[in-house]
Design a protein around this ligand. Structure first.
Ligand SMILES: Nc1nc2c(c(=O)[nH]1)N=C([C@H](O)[C@H](O)COP(=O)(O)OP(=O)(O)OP(=O)(O)O)CN2
Length: 279
């Protein structure tokens, strides 16, 4: 007998890619269980399946930076903050943060299917009674070409795991000008915000004009530090909540374009903010 749950939870995280660098990702979590029926006629109560899996993914990969430790140019060492992780290709980045901000995977590359198998294996270490096999799969939300943006960030004031300096999202973006959906504007922003790091100006340290951007903040989970090429980041005048991202896009767009601008920015799957601005 098999039991399935589609869209059981959503994962929001960042991962390091040999071609794209720091990539923000959001995935639906789907689950398939195999096993035997109990006397209650169930394989495993849906009411128990969901918190069991959600607790596991939230406590492991969710809101972390996935690091392929066997990729050439990746190094992991201990440091005062916890772990210092350095990447050299396709561009250099260093992050110092508490251990819980990273998921170290002894792989050369990261891919969604493999993460799904990894999580399935972890869950199978302590399977519920009567469950003989677990298949967890990660599924991208289908987003039309040109309407998708992806970023990484950290929210130092968040009491939960969003305070981690490099977690990210893959999301929809819609922009209207004077009530009309403006596909050219959307495409412009999606290209500008592809695989970008969004930094809060308040967290920037060091020289304002060099090629390297350094960020630092302290949050409830510990000290977070990061350096990356300035061209891989966009600096916002505020914190990078989705409300402020939507407002920043609206304000910046209104500065360049006449008319009433309305921005609907998602943060991951199924949630986000709407902001307006006009010139
Ligand atoms: N009003 C806002 N609340 C939160 C924001 C935000 O921008 N505006 N942002 C975050 C984090 O960035 C976080 O990455 C989003 O987390 P979310 O997936 O909602 O949080 P959970 O994992 O706890 O929720 P699930 O239901 O488990 O997906 C947080 N809040």
């Amino acid at each position: 007998m098999s039991l399935f749950v589609h869209g059981l939870s959503a994962l929001d995280l960042s991962w390091w890619c040999g071609e794209r660098g720091l990539v923000g990702a959001s995935w639906h979590v789907d689950l398939l269980l195999n096993g035997e029926l109990g006397e209650d006629g169930m394989l495993f109560d849906f009411g128990e399946v969901k918190p069991w899996v959600k607790q596991h993914v939230d406590g492991t990969v969710d809101h972390t930076l996935l690091v392929p430790t066997k990729m050439a140019g990746v190094s992991v060492t201990e440091c005062r903050e916890g772990l210092c992780v350095r990447f050299s290709s396709p561009w250099p980045m260093e992050i110092r943060a508490p251990r819980q901000a990273f998921t170290l995977l002894p792989w050369q590359i990261i891919d969604a299917d493999r993460i799904g198998r990894y999580l399935s294996e972890q869950l199978m270490k302590r399977p519920p009674a009567r469950v003989t096999d677990i298949q967890l799969t990660l599924r991208e939300e289908p987003i039309p070409e040109g309407f998708c943006y992806g970023y990484s960030h950290g929210l130092k004031r968040h009491i939960g795991n969003c305070q981690r300096i490099a977690h990210g999202h893959r999301s929809r973006l819609y922009i209207w000008r004077d009530g009309e959906l403006d596909e050219a504007l959307i495409q412009h922003w999606c290209e500008r915000l592809a695989d970008i790091y969004l930094a809060d100006r308040e967290d920037c340290i060091g020289a304002e004009d060099g090629d390297t951007l350094s960020l630092a903040y302290d949050a409830p989970q510990g000290h977070f530090r990061m350096t990356l090429p300035r061209q891989r980041a966009a600096i916002l005048p505020t914190t990078t909540t989705v409300e402020q991202i939507a407002q920043w896009i609206a304000n910046e767009t209104a500065r360049m374009q006449p008319g009433r601008i309305r921005v609907q920015a998602f943060e991951g799957i199924g949630k986000g903010a709407i902001a307006e601005a006009h010139r």
